[in-house]
Design a binder for this molecule. Structure first.
Ligand SMILES: Nc1ncnc2c1ncn2[C@@H]1O[C@H](COP(=O)(O)OP(=O)(O)OP(=O)(O)O)[C@@H](O)[C@H]1O
Ligand SMILES: [Mg+2]
Length: 298
């Protein structure tokens, strides 16, 4: 196949993804998902009004939106940790009705997600034990995961003996040792310093490439979303709907210096920033016609 043909094919596949669902290629499919919280004695909270999108197998997709938009609700819905009000989440062709086997989640609060009385190795081992994996295989998976995140030396230490960035690496190692088909991450680097954050971002890109895993990464950081993602899903204010599904057509090889100083990176960042500003002002695609035809929209 000529180079031109292969480039054409790749862009056609990407366009098909942007346009909608692509059969067997779909890892995760959200179909008219709605979530309203019922809190006894208090008014209901409509978090997700309507979300309908899919993620291709092996894609790295970021989700951004204003604070309180419903990003964590979305992630927890996908992870099978919440009952949906309407709609369904489909993982590898199966409707999610509880935490699925093929999914792993990394949350922001690494301090709370690791057991302090267990070593790093034991923390990573726990879900593998629960999955019923034999000891020798468990150890091989743990060693591989630790090597992937650069923590081989810390295997016998306890989480409290490690820096915040290292603890988050342990949480990531635990997730990938499990060999999920989909990895969900909810603002995983919000609590670490800027330099560590940049290193962890590069780690996510590396793991994504090495392991071929599908990644959905929630962040409030626009730069991070554009730097990491192949697509950025921008959410409206609560009750959330899709503002825009932005395709990040930056080269696959990214690094903190070159990519972030690239003019096109700046354009994409500016575009997502503008969308978030509009979302914060309450501008949304499902607004009544009068608001949609205001001068700001034009
Ligand atoms: N368990 C719950 N019960 C009732 N309301 C909830 C619950 N969890 C979240 N909410 C409400 O749902 C809305 C969306 O919350 P969510 O945590 O999903 O937003 P978010 O986009 O993740 O916010 P942030 O950017 O601050 O992390 C908020 O108004 C929140 O108060
Ligand atoms: Mg959140």
């Amino acid at each position: 196949m000529s180079i031109i043909q292969s480039v054409r094919l790749r862009s056609a596949a990407a366009d098909a993804t942007a346009a909608g669902r692509v059969g067997d290629d779909v890892a995760l499919d959200l179909r008219s998902v709605q979530k309203t919280y019922d809190t006894p004695g208090r008014p209901q909270v409509e978090a997700i009004r309507h979300l309908d999108f899919s993620i291709r197998r092996g894609e790295l997709v970021c989700v951004v939106g204003p604070s309180g938009a419903g990003k964590t609700t979305l992630l927890r819905s996908i992870a099978g940790l919440l009952d949906l009000t309407a709609g369904e989440v489909v993982l590898d062709g199966e409707v999610v009705a509880g935490p699925p086997q093929g999914m792993a989640v990394v949350f922001q609060e690494y301090g709370r997600s690791l057991f302090p009385w267990m070593t790093v190795r034991q923390n990573i081992e726990l879900p593998l034990k629960e999955k019923g994996i034999a000891k020798a295989e468990r150890h091989a998976k743990i060693d591989r995961a630790l090597e992937e995140v650069g923590l081989t030396e810390a295997a016998e230490q306890h989480p409290w003996q490690l820096s915040g960035g290292m603890q988050q690496r342990v949480a990531i190692a635990r997730a990938i040792a499990f060999e999920p088909s989909v990895l969900l991450m909810d603002e995983p680097f919000a609590a670490v310093d800027a330099q560590t954050r940049a290193e962890l971002e590069d780690l996510v890109r590396k793991l994504w490439k090495d392991l071929g895993v599908t990644v959905l990464f929630v962040t409030h950081d626009i730069d991070e979303a554009v730097y990491l993602g192949e697509r950025v899903i921008v959410l409206s204010n609560r009750p959330t709907v899709l503002m825009e599904d932005v395709r990040v057509d930056l080269p696959s090889e990214r690094d903190q210096l070159t990519t972030r100083s690239d003019a096109h990176f700046g354009e994409l960042r500016g575009h997502v920033y503008e969308l978030i500003q509009r979302a914060k002002r309450g501008d949304r695609p499902d607004a009544p016609p009068a608001a949609a035809s205001s001068p700001q929209e034009a």
